[in-house]
Ligand binder design. Structure first.
Ligand code: NAD
Ligand code: MG
Length: 387
């Protein structure tokens, strides 16, 4: 469980705890929250605990020793990669946020694990490398992002490509975030807490801001492109404020298959953990009479410019999605730290995409290099935006 102390981590461990007969936690990994990690260790008793921030290794050891837990401890970014390929685990939940999850996600794929993929940034950065790693490892990828999990559920089991399956389009639903319906002029005094107050989902702060800018949907368009081998023009985004229809697949005969459910990530996690079986996720039954209506509207692409920036990055190809993602991570971090206004997020990304050199990225080293270059460019833009 990579990203055990996060929002996805909590949902995943909740499902795991409901099925002690099926699942055992082999390893738990987190970034810095050593107290939360130690607590999870006491609850789930994994064989291995990994703290990515190596300066906290001694504290983790001490906490586990004080709690009398004979758990192996490892620390640092390299330890995440090793844990992802650990022979004792057959399933890896990749739920680290951002580019920090790239190498461990790839390692799990290469090691042939069942890869439960929440870390969408890794796909955006390195879709082709991830595909190659999955092919080499012979494992399987199950999407955790609710939209992609829905699409996965609505596609036929044998994936010979969209045309062979008679698929016309993939329709990703978007809640529209906390500022749906608002015009640009009204968004200039948005604070981090306002942006993180999502109407339907409780998530980590980075993805919450992405939902507020619609960059989350933009990243998901790119994610869908790589996961389902779908060209951009066959991926459509529809705003659906209730977040009950998690996404849809439209077929050549006019059929549209949708996956519905309450907005609760445990559904996707339980589906992927047990696939192809179905197990209890602890999620309340869907009460359609109480929900009563499902609405759909077009996204406001002008106010929420990040969506089209992502389509643009997908069309440009090469390192453009890496630049998009890196600039977004930097801009969101600056916004969350009070160093950048909300409305400047798309501007930083657009400028970074113009300024960062485009390159073809066929290797992991190339991906990492493009990511670091884009971050430096974005940081310069953010610093000058402040002056
Ligand atoms: P979060 O902020 O709640 O948790 C992030 C986790 O990643 C934490 O456990 C943290 O310790 C770990 N982490 C952060 N930086 C790290 C680093 N450098 N090294 C190692 N570990 C690190 O985030 P979240 O909401 O759980 O999201 C996790 C991922 O899942 C993101 O990619 C997000 O886009 C995706 N996702 C989340 C949701 C959701 O409902 N929360 C839905 C769909 C997709
Ligand atoms: Mg999603």
């Amino acid at each position: 469980m990579l990203g055990a102390t996060g929002s996805i981590g909590a949902s995943a461990l909740d499902v795991v705890a409901r099925h002690p007969d099926r699942f055992r936690v082999g390893a738990l990994a987190a970034h810095r929250n050593v107290a939360a990690l130690a607590e999870l260790c006491a609850r789930f008793n994994p064989a291995l605990a990994v703290i990515a921030d190596a300066s906290l290794e001694a504290e983790l050891r001490e906490r586990l020793r004080a709690a009398n837990l004979p758990i192996r401890v490892a620390a640092g970014a390299e330890a995440l990669i090793e844990a992802a390929a650990d022979a004792a685990c057959d399933t890896v939940i990749a739920a680290i946020v951002g580019a920090a999850g790239l190498e461990s996600t790839l390692a799990a794929a290469r090691a042939g694990k069942r890869l439960l993929l929440a870390n969408k940034e890794a796909v955006v950065m390195a879709g082709p490398l991830l595909r190659a790693a999955l092919d080499a490892g012979g494992g399987e990828l199950l999407p955790i992002d609710s939209e992609h999990n829905a699409v996965f559920q609505c596609l036929p089991p044998a994936r010979a490509g969209l045309d062979a399956a008679g698929v016309r389009r993939i329709v990703l639903t978007a809640s529209g975030g906390p500022f749906r319906g608002r015009r640009m002029e009204s968004l200039d005094a948005i604070t981090p807490d306002m942006a993180c107050a999502h109407p339907n989902w409780r998530m980590g702060r980075k993805i919450s801001v992405d939902s507020a800018t619609l960059m989350n949907k933009g990243l998901e368009v790119i994610e869908a492109h790589f996961l389902f081998d779908a060209p951009a023009e066959r991926i459509e985004v529809v705003v659906h404020p209730q977040s009950i229809v998690h996404s849809m697949v439209e077929y050549a005969d006019g059929s549209v298959l949708a996956q519905l459910g309450n907005p609760d990530m445990r559904t996707a996690l339980a589906y992927a953990l047990a696939w192809p079986e179905r197990i209890d996720a602890g999620v309340a039954a869907l009460d359609l009479l109480r929900i009563a209506r499902l609405d759909f509207e077009a996204p406001d692409r002008e106010t929420f410019a990040c969506l089209d920036l992502a389509y643009g990055a997908l069309a440009a190809g090469g390192s453009a999605p890496i630049t998009l993602n890196a600039a977004n991570e930097e801009a969101v971090a600056a916004f969350l730290a009070g160093r950048l206004p909300f409305l400047a997020i798309p501007q930083v990304i657009e400028n970074a995409m113009e300024m960062a050199p485009a390159s073809d990225v066929a290797t992991l080293a190339g991906v990492i290099d493009a990511d670091l270059t884009a971050r430096r460019v974005a940081q310069r833009i953010i610093a000058s935006a402040k002056d």
